[in-house]
Design a protein around this ligand. Structure first.
Ligand code: PGA
Length: 235
């Protein structure tokens, strides 16, 4: 399984260094691990036994864009994956599907695999609009990519109401949504796209979540902030 750790905006320098040290020399038999630290700590995580990911990227190529980080800069730091369209960015930074598409284009041009986050809000779930919302985000962000480009993309299904709340959908519900995503992507583009689940994954639920037949892996936030937690769930 693919396990993506999203550190978000956590840790001070010494804490990030200690985390990186704890993960040194990791040997994994079955799982593939991707660590997405805060931009500033990327160089601390020289990949050994795992891959390096970013939590976002600029849609600009380079130049006069104060505060941004480009895909070429990430690539020069050995970053191989990047999360895009996380609900926290859609909500707090007002990111649109058009912008997310441009970011993905930049990543693909620099051979970085985009991990596209999609998911419904609680209100959408209650109105029975989960699939509509998820498919809308996927179609808007992916439209216009070539088959070669699409083959490099990973989707993370993250219900917004499950992120950081301790709430997790029933396994059958996650399986149903992921199956529909895969069917729809295949129907539209004839591509088999990997789909991860994210939202309150922890030591109490990961074993049963691993059993979901359609699932290809996890995107883990809060639980990943302690390297001991991470080691305890890896195979
Ligand atoms: P969480 O975050 O595991 O803390 O719910 C997941 C995410 O935001 O990617």
């Amino acid at each position: 399984m693919l396990i993506v750790l999203n550190h978000k905006m956590n840790f001070l320098k010494e804490e990030a260094l200690a985390y990186a040290k704890e993960m040194e020399g990791l040997f994994l038999k079955e799982d593939q691990l991707i660590i997405c630290p805060t931009y500033t700590y990327l160089p601390f995580f020289e990949p050994i036994g795992y891959s390096l990911g970013a939590q976002d990227v600029s849609h600009y190529q380079n130049g006069a864009h104060t505060g941004n980080v480009s895909a070429s800069q990430l690539s020069s730091l050995s970053v191989r994956y990047a999360i895009v369209g996380h609900s926290e960015r859609r909500l707090f930074e007002k990111e649109t599907s058009e912008l997310i598409h441009e970011k993905m284009k930049e990543l693909l041009d620099h051979h970085i695999t985009p991990i596209l986050c999609v998911g419904e809000s609680l209100e959408e779930k209650e109105r029975g609009e989960t699939l509509f919302r998820v498919m809308q985000e996927i179609e808007e962000s992916l439209q216009g990519f070539t088959k070669d480009e699409l083959e490099q993309i990973i989707i993370a299904y993250e219900p917004v109401w499950a992120i950081g709340t301790g709430l997790v959908p029933k396994e059958e519900e996650i399986d149903r949504v992921i199956k529909r995503i895969k069917e729809q992507v295949f129907h539209t583009w004839q591509i088999e796209m990997p789909v991860l689940y994210g939202g309150s994954v922890n030591q109490n639920n990961i074993s049963s979540l691993r059993e979901i037949p359609s699932l290809d892996g996890f995107l883990i936030g809060s639980f990943s902030l302690d390297p001991k937690n991470v080691k305890s769930i890896l195979k």
